[in-house]
Write a protein that binds this ligand. Structure first.
Ligand code: SF4
Ligand code: SF4
Length: 107
């Protein structure tokens, strides 16, 4: 069961998660990261690294965020792998916990 990046990563994108992944699953878009479900080995290391609690096992994705399971699979095929942490956007803290960020997802 792969892990999934969900809504609260949008416009937060702290990238703390990428450095712990042993199999380089994370792919970076303009304002969101995704996990490639075909590469994830379910090691659980990334989940506690996310400062905004955006990463969940596929079976524990919060109600209403199921769309992110498909989005991770789809966008991982389009976006490049990211393995090194970057500075988050300057306003990342302002977006933590904001509801309904899905329309803000940039591709
Ligand atoms: S640590 Fe969390 S918010 Fe930051 S990029 Fe990873 S999943 Fe997104
Ligand atoms: S659970 Fe492990 S393998 Fe899967 S994305 Fe997280 S760190 Fe990578």
């Amino acid at each position: 069961m792969p892990f999934v990046v969900t809504e609260n990563c949008i416009k937060c994108k702290h990238t703390d998660c990428v450095e712990v992944c042993p199999v380089d699953c994370f792919h970076e878009g303009p304002n969101f990261l995704v996990i490639d479900p075909d590469e994830c080995i379910d090691c659980t290391l990334c989940e506690p690294e996310c400062p905004v609690n955006a990463i969940f096992p596929e079976d524990d994705v919060p109600a209403g965020q199921e769309v992110f399971v498909g989005l991770n699979a789809e966008l991982a095929k389009e976006w490049p792998v990211l393995t090194v942490r970057k500075e988050p956007p300057a306003d990342a803290g302002d977006w933590d916990g904001k509801p309904d960020k899905l329309p803000l997802l940039e591709r």
